[in-house]
Design a binder for this molecule. Structure first.
Ligand code: FE2
Ligand code: FE2
Length: 165
């Protein structure tokens, strides 16, 4: 079955969104590097890499379906953050937007009776549960830490131990 124009367009938009997320997380890593939060910077670099892998999953899928990959322009990512909590709150907000986008792509694929795309997207739906969960956990912990430098450094150290999935 030939991929429909609408699904192809939506997948290209999703590639853009995943790469924009990677770009945003790289900018967040730069903020943490600047403020000597090495662990949070490491976390954001892992996140950046995951987003690039997500983009590549969509890229390969579109190619496998004989679709046309058309990369879109990326906007300048946010660079000014108030605190580590602010960064993770923005990253949670970003993940929620990505989840909504993947859900609407899923609904589009269902509407077009594109079962292969529906099946491919199941992985992303599960992945987004994890993505929101890990961002939310960090937001909750950072709220507990408040402005205490000692607590922030403990969380930073914990983030340094995060491994690639
Ligand atoms: Fe992603
Ligand atoms: Fe993500």
């Amino acid at each position: 079955m030939k991929i429909t124009d609408d699904v192809q367009k939506a997948i290209n938009a999703q590639i853009q969104m995943e790469l924009a997320s990677a770009y945003t997380y790289l900018s967040m890593a730069a903020y943490f590097d600047e403020h000597a939060f090495d662990g949070f910077a490491h976390w954001m670099q892992l996140q950046r890499r995951e987003e690039e892998e997500h983009a590549m999953r969509f890229y390969r899928y579109l190619h496998d379906r004989d679709g046309r990959i058309e990369l879109q322009a990326l906007e300048k990512p946010p660079r000014d953050f108030a605190s580590p909590l602010d960064v993770f709150e923005q990253s949670l907000e970003n993940e929620r937007k990505v989840t909504a986008s993947i859900h609407s792509l899923y609904e589009l694929a269902q509407k077009e009776k594109d079962h292969a795309t529906v099946s491919m997207l199941a992985w992303f739906i599960d992945e987004q549960v994890e993505e929101e969960k890990s961002a939310l956990e960090m937001v909750d912990k950072l709220k507990l830490a408040g402005d205490h430098p000692g607590a922030l450094l403990i969380l930073d150290k914990e983030a340094a131990g995060r491994n690639a999935e």
